[in-house]
Design a protein around this ligand. Sequence first.
Ligand SMILES: [Zn+2]
Length: 68
Amino acid sequence: MAFEPAVDCPVCETTLAPDRTLEDHLCRNHTQEELARYLVGAHDEAGQPARRAVLPSVGPGGRGGDLR
Ligand SMILES: [Zn+2]
């Protein structure tokens, strides 16, 4: 019922389904090696700041539903 904005995975730039969290997607769709490579790559390009935050604050923490 609560509308949550779509989340894009910063690794593969896939837009996640509304009921999926980025954390869930990363765990299911990416290996630790992929994630590590992404993190290294994000910091490796000197002078080229990462296009976006590595892990944008995503989740039920703030707006909308309280899932506790
Ligand atoms: Zn992904």
